[in-house]
Design a protein around this ligand. Sequence first.
Ligand code: F0G
Length: 466
Amino acid sequence: MLQPFNFCIMELPFAESYKIKMVESISRSSRQEREQWIKEAGYNLFGLSSDKIFIDLLTDSGTGAMSDRQWSELMLGDESYAGASSYFKMKNAIGEVLGFEYFLPTHQGRAAENVLFSVLIKEGDIIPGNSHFDTTKGHIEFRKAIAVDCTIDEAFDTTLDHPFKGNIDPVKLENILKSEGDRIPFIIVTITCNSSGGQPVSIENLKMVKNLADKYGKIVVFDSARFAENAYFIKLRENGYQDKTIREIVLEMFSLADVMTMSAKKDAIVNMGGFIAMRSKELQCKASVYNIMFEGYITYGGMSGRDMNALAQGLYEGTELDYLETRIRQVEYLGKRLMEFGIPVQQPIGGHAVFIDAKRFLPHLPKEEFQAQTLAIELYLEAGVRGVEIGALLADRDPVTRENRYPVLELMRLAIPRRVYTNNHMDVVAVALKNIYDRRVTIRRGLKIMKEAPIMRHFTVSLDLA
Ligand code: F0G
């Protein structure tokens, strides 16, 4: 007779919602080689050629793997100078997924900022927002205007677990609207907020911003590079959104904006591309002049037809729940491993990257020696992993006093490219950082600046050991 036996049904583990059809080799190097290379690069990770990197977490921008469908779309690209079918494919995707009637293609996100801000910003203006991204701030300051950060205070305490650390503080926003209303052409909301750690903004908060904007007669612009990741967090964390689809949430989010700028290199999963979308035909008309001057004719704006096709396809794929779940769970996986090792990170873990709190990691180094950049260099030396500094180097100098600006948060970002690395790669990164964390007291020298550009210096700055 058969004996009954004990068993328990295990829950199936989570796995990627895709399989791999093409691979690219990456190579390891020795610590000695890396010491030489980084010295030659002026201790600036942007200065390294990619063959000297094992795992590249410099950015999630333009570094994703396109799908078989996106590659197929490339073959269908229409390269007509004017009125290409690819333009209309992009127009349809923007209408359907994002709900905007008018748009202008641009070659990437900062180009969208350049074109739009040429219409909207004049010298002396003030642009309130939630921790403006560096190119956004750069384009504002280049026009001698001022970016005012109205992010909630909770965002600046990396130990606080707040579900929407990208939110705008209504009191800060209304105060500036009240006192400086005449100088404010628009409010900008970055979704998700890159600078505060890939942190989302809630629908409730977006509604608050829209209400205040209406009250003071201002328009609302979304900097939308990671809008789909923002929608995913809303579905996960905001009351009343659990049963809505990502597409429904995306449409609701954008119904609260008048204009959006988009770096399609993130959530549209293309290697290059961007656009501005708007509800006003008049604004499109005004911006067209600058688009033609800086980017290209209004039906391609710096993009080839094949790229517009891939972008359109990417907007549909980037807003699929399966894809987003795979993506964000991988970022969370790395974050959780680091937290298990006791490494200080921005909590909760953001959508596109894990942000290490360098002030808490290297508290014995003075801020003048650029803690986050020092940590990023250490990580490269340890394992050939490239992260990026989001701290005092990136914060640049005050445009008026020319003094160094030291932001509240001094972070090293590990941005995860979409559909590119496996969790084995994440394990390498986590263990490399654990090794550095264990010997952190032995890191006694930070860095000093040898040469820097007048604006956006972090890209080209040359450093040496302090
Ligand atoms: N807005 C946000 C929120 C961004 O993160 C970026 C780029 C841009 C605008 C500019 O777009 O690069 O296409 O010109 N962020 C990249 C990063 C570079 O690494 O976070 P772009």
